[in-house]
Design a protein around this ligand. Structure first.
Ligand SMILES: *Cc1c(COP(=O)(O)O)cnc(C)c1O
Length: 404
């Protein structure tokens, strides 16, 4: 018998959640450690010796499995509410592994306000693998209906989307897909929320993945991708791809990710509270602010019903590209940077930076405002963040100077 999908070491000891999230996320099960190490050690070893010529141990070669990677996978499975989690070298690597479930001729349905790299990978699949993606407005659950067919293999959602912060009704879309297409999998890119604020597998998704580069690690000191599945047979297929292609996360990065994720709840609490203050400030100043924590957000109630909070990323419009450029360049504390989820606050212009790989005409079709500014709030003192932002708004001419 050929073993097409060998079980990996990661399949073993996923413990289920027993405490509240903030407790579980800092509590790593390391009970199998021979020396009772408080921190899971880094097994910086490519190979593991076998007990005999035919007797293989739990680990043999790090591409196939490594104890440090197993620990972070089991820990992440617990906090994601997944049957199994797998960690790879980047968020895009995670999506690449997932899209290898799609055969030539099958189809993907995805949102129309996707992460730029996701768009690039989907275009690549369309051009080279004959895998077509239908982009639909996932803020309306019904928009997926006309495209669901027996060719549909994946329905790929983000919520909130980035940078327009649109909300997808994950439970309703998952219900439509599962009723009509038993062969299709609902996949949610949960990077913006993290498992602390939203757990798509509990909302009906089959696969949830994250760029671990963002909130999960929290310090912008590593790249990682995390995939969580509800069904272990899907997990086995994904593991097969990871082992076959060699994109499993390295022992050192696995260790960094495990170290970083322990503070997810405290970081997110602080970042989110500051982001709510900043969103209110900007809205009061008259800017059009996109943030699901504001009552003015058109899907405020939907977002509330599927998540535990609005997160720490917002975007706002100034009405003028030049003003936006001056604001971004005028801040001192906010670093001009792509990405988000770091303990430091970041500011960017998505159309010039993270989303520049989307062609200008597609950005226009999708109503992506060229003047949009994205703020990713860190853990600094919020008064400093507000003061720095205000001086940048004033010197850019976005706000009138208060009369003396
Ligand atoms: C960053 C990001 C990705 C890609 O992750 P990498 O770790 O950069 O490869 C995917 N989706 C979203 C929403 C992201 O923000």
């Amino acid at each position: 018998m050929t073993d097409i999908f060998p079980s990996s070491p990661a399949a073993s000891v996923v413990s289920t959640r027993r405490y509240r999230f903030a407790t579980e996320v800092v509590t790593v099960d390391n009970s199998d450690d021979p020396h009772n190490a408080a921190s899971v050690p880094i097994y910086q070893s490519a190979t593991f010796k076998q007990k005999g010529a035919t007797a293989s141990g739990e680990y043999d070669y790090t591409r196939s499995g490594n104890p440090t990677r197993t620990h972070v996978e089991n820990h992440l499975a617990k906090i994601m509410g997944a049957e199994r989690a797998l960690v790879v070298t980047s968020g895009m690597g995670a999506l690449d592994v997932i899209t290898r479930l799609v055969r030539s001729g099958e189809e993907i349905i995805a949102g129309d306000d996707l992460y730029g790299g996701t768009n690039r990978l989907l275009s690549f699949l369309a051009q080279s693998q004959n895998v077509k993606t239908h982009h639909v407005d996932t803020t309306k659950a019904e928009s997926v209906l006309p495209y669901l067919s027996d060719k549909t293999r994946l329905v790929l959602l983000e919520s909130p989307t980035n940078p327009l912060i649109k909300i997808s009704d994950i439970p309703t879309i998952a219900k439509y897909v599962h009723e009509r297409c038993p062969n299709a999998l609902v996949v949610v890119d949960n990077t913006m929320m993290s498992p602390y604020l939203q757990r798509p597998l509990e909302l009906g998704a089959d696969i949830s993945y994250h760029s671990g580069t963002k909130y999960l690690s929290g310090h912008h000191d590593l790249m990682a991708g995390v995939i969580g599945v509800k069904d272990t047979s899907v997990g086995d297929q994904l593991y097969y791809v990871i082992n076959a292609t060699g994109c499993g996360l390295s022992p050192f990065d696995s260790w960094l990710l495990l170290r970083g994720v322990k503070t997810l709840a405290v970081r997110m609490d602080k970042q989110q509270a500051s982001c709510i203050r900043i969103a209110n400030y900007l809205e009061t100043q008259g800017f059009r602010v996109h943030f699901p924590g504001l009552l003015s957000h058109p899907q405020y109630h939907l977002h509330r019903s599927i998540s535990a909070g609005p997160g720490a990323v917002l975007s706002f419009e100034t009405g003028d590209i030049g003003i936006s450029e001056r604001i971004v360049e005028g801040t001192k504390l906010w670093s001009i940077s792509v990405s988000f989820g770091c303990v430091n606050s970041l500011i960017s212009m998505p159309c010039r930076m993270s989303h520049a790989s989307i062609p200008a005409h597609v950005r226009a079709e999708r109503a992506l405002p060229e003047d949009l500014i994205r703020l990713c709030v860190g853990i600094e003192d919020v008064e400093d963040l507000l003061e720095d932002l205000e001086q940048a708004l004033l010197s850019a001419g976005a706000l009138p100077y208060p009369s003396k």
